[in-house]
Design a protein around this ligand. Structure first.
Ligand code: PMT
Length: 397
């Protein structure tokens, strides 16, 4: 395989296993450059990695580079994959905080290559909420992880934190290197999350959408090489590196931002849960309670997807979602026709593990001609791949 992996080695007892990882990567025919932190060099000698990688090992930020190729920006650009093995809690924290104070952290900050992190540390450290929060932050940013294994740790404790087996790490690295860039050159517009319709300065109407479904689509589309714009209602999620995010609150704002970019897009995937109605009048001040009942008059919001269906050009693929609590297929089929969609992804909100908030979804994908594909319960990220595969196959060259 004619590709380059930059391997970062950090200071943990599992550093010796990184030698096995480098050796296995070389056996796959990969070009490997190793960067070691100062602490890593206390555990294992750079010469080991130099012999195994057959490349100069970078150990010092300020050392005169032997060749231009190992300067940090050059390595960041050269990498097809950046693998950090083992990764300490300290280095995870540094990446999560954007700290770039040595050769490894500056190169990570400068790379656009996928990043694969293989943590190894004491169980209590691994389970520490700060470390877990940092890991989640990096996952949300699209970084990949090889989970540590459970077992006897070097410190004598038992638990989770042991570096994953070198074979497992290398298999994941190869998988990422083989990931197709089959959407390179394609422009994809994704919507995600809820919309929020104000009643007064302190109250609003919204729904339970977390944004997970739409963010998963955006993440996978970028990983496959597409140029992605994500129009997002309010969520707690962080978009993956490479995704251009536009924040909106109301349906009208989403309408404006989506329409602005519709002509640009080859594929549009509308997974946002859009409010169909908004309060007719938004009070400037907090509405005071009184002894009588109170009702809010609602005005119909524009149907964004319907408008896109009207404007859709022959070369564009338009994908809608249908969120239902009854008559799923019947209602979803009507939406395909009414909104001129290429296909619709229908989820039944009453099913456990489907719809709002969960990491999984259970859907039926319905084509324009009424053909159904009933999908098993799967991770939203896996479903995102499936939706992208289908949309790609419908694109006219
Ligand atoms: O965000 P998560 O927590 O991960 O949850 C995922 C999800 C349940 C939000 C997602 O899977 C989903 O079903 N999204 C569509 C929700 C929805 O608004 O469904 P709907 O059946 O009301 O609308 C049908 C389609 O028209 C949707 O593509 C919607 O984006 C679009 N629409 C709806 C109303 C409107 N005014 N404008 C629109 O564009």
């Amino acid at each position: 395989m004619n590709k380059n992996v930059v391997v970062g080695v950090t200071g943990g007892i599992a550093a010796y296993k990184a030698a096995d990882v480098v050796s296995r990567l070389k056996k796959h025919g990969l070009d490997v450059n190793v960067i070691m932190t100062k602490s890593a060099q206390r555990f294992i000698n750079p010469l080991t990695f130099q012999s195994l990688s057959q490349n100069y090992v970078v150990t010092d930020m300020f050392e005169e580079p032997k060749t231009w190729e190992v300067e940090h920006i050059a390595l960041a650009q050269k990498a097809d994959l950046f693998l950090v093995v083992p990764t300490t809690a300290n280095v995870i924290g540094k990446i999560a905080s954007g700290i770039a104070d040595d050769m490894l952290s500056t190169t990570i900050m400068a790379t656009k290559a996928p990043i694969l992190i293989a943590p190894a540390m004491n169980t209590n450290m691994y389970e520490n909420p700060i470390v877990q929060e940092n890991i989640q932050k990096l996952k949300n940013l699209g970084m990949h992880f090889v989970e540590p294994a459970e077992g006897r740790l070097a410190c004598g404790d038992y638990g989770k934190g042991k570096l994953a087996e070198p074979e497992v790490i290398v298999n994941r690295a190869i998988e990422l290197l083989n990931q197709q860039k089959d959407l390179k050159g394609k422009k994809i517009l994704v919507t995600a999350g809820p919309t929020k319709e104000p009643i007064d300065p302190v109250r609003y109407i919204t729904n339970h959408s977390s944004g997970k479904m739409g963010y998963a689509v955006a993440e996978k589309a970028v990983a496959r090489g597409a140029e992605v714009v994500l129009i997002s209602g309010p969520t707690n999620l962080t978009q993956s590196a490479g995704v251009k995010k536009v924040d909106v609150n109301t349906t009208n704002e989403m309408y404006k931002e989506v329409l602005k970019r519709f002509e640009w897009a080859d594929i549009v995937i509308k997974s946002a849960a859009v409010a169909d109605y908004r309060p007719s009048n938004v009070s400037d001040n907090k509405i005071k309670k009184s002894d009588s009942d109170f009702s809010i008059k609602l005005t119909r919001n524009p149907d964004i997807l319907m408008e896109l269906g009207k404007r859709k050009k022959n070369h564009q693929v338009l994908v809608g979602f249908a969120a239902e609590t009854q008559n799923l297929l019947e209602n979803a089929k009507k939406k395909i026709q009414k909104k001129n969609l290429d296909f619709i992804v229908a989820n039944d909100l009453t099913e456990e593990g489907a719809g709002f908030k969960s990491d999984t979804n259970i859907v039926t994908i319905i084509d324009q001609d009424g053909q159904l594909e009933q999908c098993k319960k799967m991770e939203k990220k896996e479903l995102a791949e499936k939706i992208l595969d289908k949309a790609k196959n419908l694109l006219k060259e």
